[in-house]
Design a protein around this ligand. Structure first.
Ligand code: CND
Ligand code: ZN
Ligand code: ZN
Length: 376
């Protein structure tokens, strides 16, 4: 492409500091260095994890930063040594990279990669610098992705090539919400046919857990949210019952125990609330129930619980990106979507031009949207 090797000027949503709206700015995006890929982002989803940063819940975040970890686009140019991608390829950036060589990557039971920036939030690429500048200032990257910009640069271990026919304004959800939720059910919990599941939190990620439970053959899927407006969608995706904790004066795990002969087989926390994480654990059956943490709690949050809860046989676990090995599995998830193994189009409740990104966050905070997809 004509722009290869040059600095590109484009629009991006810059987060200068938490607790203020994102600001649409003109930024410069430098050419990709060795083993990096510059991507023209076509569509990006608004996830609660981006909002956690905006709300100031992540204490070690570096500012200014370009957020966004869910998106899809086209390769604009590649740096030296990039073998598997070419300009024009359709791609999804990966917030959990897959280097293929570290201790986690070579372990079939892990989907982590030492080269990820989650939790550390150094906000730089692998050579410790960033390709973004605005008004003369360097702007940090977010989780190897930064999708809230017209152009981004990511390491080649943090981008997957996908089917050339894939609709980018839909499969961008495979970059986070869908894969995280669906994988939490099928990979992490390994939901069995005929089992009973409880899903706490019915946003884009939680509803995707429901899709996974249904595909895995669960016979009961109990959807729980404090916002009853979410129940209609939950049922559409496969919830068999919906309950609102506000309708009861007993703790929710007691309500669930009463409904399920003493507890569910699998309970998922998909909110990021430590109290609900304990509720999920208490809701799982004492003999062999599994509680899965999917939600991201604020930086300094901790949980305490009676160890007897695990001693009797419960399992408490969690995962990032639904346990998928990102670079290997994202292309397969896109193919499965194209072959109609599952459908998640209904998660997209709103579409907005990229410039209206702050409206996208407002809709999420008000509980009016599931996923807003921004198109560049
Ligand atoms: P979203 O905000 O859309 O959904 C959360 C839902 O939880 C909403 O419907 C709320 O009404 C509901 N809720 C809030 N408080 C309670 C409560 N006390 N009891 C019951 N329901 C409640 O969020 P999302 O779906 O975009 O993300 C969900 C979580 O997943 C969030 O913590 C996000 O940071 C996390 C996440 C994890 C990963 C991963 O890799 N594990 C990736 N991305 C996001
Ligand atoms: Zn690795
Ligand atoms: Zn996310």
């Amino acid at each position: 492409m004509a722009t290869a090797g040059q600095v590109i000027k484009c629009k991006a949503a810059v987060c200068w500091a938490p607790k203020q709206p994102l600001s649409i700015e003109e930024i410069e995006v430098a050419a990709p260095k060795a083993h990096e890929v510059r991507i023209k982002i076509v569509a990006a989803g608004v996830c609660r994890s981006d909002d956690h940063v905006l709300q100031g819940a992540i204490s070690n975040m570096k500012f200014p930063v370009i957020l966004g970890h869910e998106g899809a686009g086209l390769v604009e140019s590649v740096g030296e040594g990039v073998k598997d991608l070419q300009p024009g390829d359709k791609v999804i950036p990966l917030f959990m990279p897959q280097c293929g060589q570290c201790r986690c990557c070579i372990n079939p039971d892990s989907n982590l990669c030492y080269k990820n920036d989650i939790g550390k939030y150094n906000g730089v690429l692998l050579d410790n610098t960033t390709r973004f500048t605005c008004k003369g200032k360097p702007i940090h990257n977010f989780m190897s992705t930064s999708t809230f910009t017209e152009y981004t640069v990511v390491p080649d271990i943090a981008v997957a090539k996908i089917d050339e026919d894939a609709p980018l304004d839909k499969v961008c959800l495979i970059g986070c919400a869908f894969s995280t939720g669906y994988g939490s059910a099928v990979n992490v919990a390994k939901v069995k046919p005929g089992s009973t599941c409880a899903v706490f939190g019915l946003g884009g990620v939680g509803l995707s857990v429901i899709i996974g439970c249904k595909v895995a053959g669960a016979s009961r899927i109990i959807a729980i949210d404090i916002n009853s407006d979410k129940f209609e969608k939950a049922k559409e995706f496969g919830a068999t019952e919906c309950i609102n904790p506000k309708d009861y004066d007993r703790p929710i795990h007691e309500v669930l125990a009463g409904m399920t002969d003493d507890g569910v087989d699998y309970a998922f926390e998909v909110i990021g609330n430590t109290g609900v994480m304990i509720s999920a654990l208490l809701s799982s059956h004492f003999g062999a129930g599994k509680a899965v943490i999917v939600g991201v709690a604020p930086s300094d949050a901790t949980i305490t619980f009676d160890p007897l809860l695990l001693l009797t046989g419960r399992v408490l676990t969690g995962a990032l990106f639904g346990g998928w090995k990102s670079k290997d599995d994202v292309p397969k998830l896109v193919s499965d979507y194209m072959n109609k193994k599952f459908d998640f189009d209904g998660l997209i409740t709103h579409k907005l031009p990229f410039q209206k990104i702050n409206e996208g966050f407002e809709l999420l905070r008000k509980g009016e949207s599931i996923r807003t997809v921004l198109t560049m």
